[in-house]
Design a protein around this ligand. Structure first.
Ligand SMILES: [Zn+2]
Length: 315
């Protein structure tokens, strides 16, 4: 044990809600993230009145979006998670992350959701569904793969977290453990997430020559990481440094760094919407407008409607 991995006690070094904590264990070629979301989550959930099963699903999806998004290192990078399934109780689930901004919403069939058991499986929620995870990396580093990369995995496991683990194993060949938890504290929703990955020789790129899901270092870290408890993940008063410390305090060195603050954000700016609609030919715009001469554009992320009058577009 060295001073390097002792959490400092000054208030600014402690990370609580709506800010991911990045950590790495250099001696074991591992990196991880821990996050707890409160205000950002409440803002996202408040846009709609969701049935409990859908709210639970969206909460897990937003938590995972915060975790996976915090893996992006460069400004402007984006992470999107989307599940579409026309036949299921949940017909659309979409979340994304960009520079600390999180948003997400779900569409569902009310009658089918009403028939779900209290703890529905992913199959119960989606039927035969798929989860698309898209990383859009805006890397400035020439040694790192940049650009847009999408992986699609079946929604088959017990949870979305499991589907994300499968994504990393299949699409990126990176052994990954992910845990999430959610609850209600003082009447407000709170959720927590934890991710740890084993990287090839400390590299963080996608290209790997050898993949060993049974690497002894990974088995060791996995065994430690699996002891994380849902009540630790979802406990707003427990600093994330303390959570990481409890799991890995016997490691020679654990490096920690605070990530970008998280907040609910959206891109439904009226000026932007107006400029997008303004690019349509006048005839098409008239066809889109209602009897009052306004084109109504919905933002489902925010549950807001933006009426754009045809007259205002003509100048
Ligand atoms: Zn919006």
């Amino acid at each position: 044990m060295t001073d390097q991995n002792t959490p400092q006690n000054s208030p600014q070094s402690e990370t609580f809600s709506d800010r991911p904590l990045r950590f790495s264990i250099p001696g074991r070629s591992a990196r991880g993230r821990a996050v707890r979301i409160e205000d950002s989550l409440a803002d996202i959930l408040s846009a709609h009145v969701y049935p409990p099963a859908v709210e639970a699903l969206l909460t897990e999806a937003v938590t995972l979006t915060a975790l996976l998004g915090s893996l992006l290192k460069d400004v402007g990078g984006e992470l999107t998670m989307q599940a579409n399934q026309g036949q299921g109780a949940v017909t659309l689930l979409v979340c994304d992350y960009r520079d600390g901004e999180l948003r997400g919403y779900a569409q569902y069939d009310e009658a089918k959701v009403a028939e779900l058991p209290p703890e529905p499986s992913l199959f119960g929620l989606f039927g035969q569904g798929y989860l698309a995870i898209t990383f859009d990396r805006r890397t400035q580093n020439k040694d790192e793969p940049g650009g847009r990369y999408q992986g699609i995995v079946p929604l088959e496991g017990a949870s979305l977290a499991e589907a994300c683990e499968y994504y990393f194993a299949q699409s990126e060949q990176i052994p990954t453990l992910i845990r999430t938890a959610r609850g209600v504290v003082d009447g407000r929703p709170v959720a927590g997430g934890f991710l740890i990955q084993h990287l090839a020789e400390g590299e963080e790129g996608r290209e790997r020559l050898h993949v060993r899901l049974d690497h002894p270092e990974w088995e060791h870290l996995r065994a430690l990481a699996e002891t994380v408890k849902p009540e630790e993940l979802g406990h707003p008063g427990l600093p994330l440094e303390e959570l990481v410390w409890r799991l890995f305090h016997e490691e020679q060195e654990v490096r920690i760094e605070q990530g970008t603050m998280l907040r609910k954000g959206c891109r439904c700016d009226p000026d932007h919407i107006r400029s997008v609609i303004g690019r349509f030919p006048a005839e098409e715009r008239r066809a889109m407008a209602d009897d009052d001469g306004a084109i109504k554009v919905d933002c489902e992320f925010c549950s807001r409607q933006f009426p754009i009058s045809l007259v205002s577009l003509e100048n």
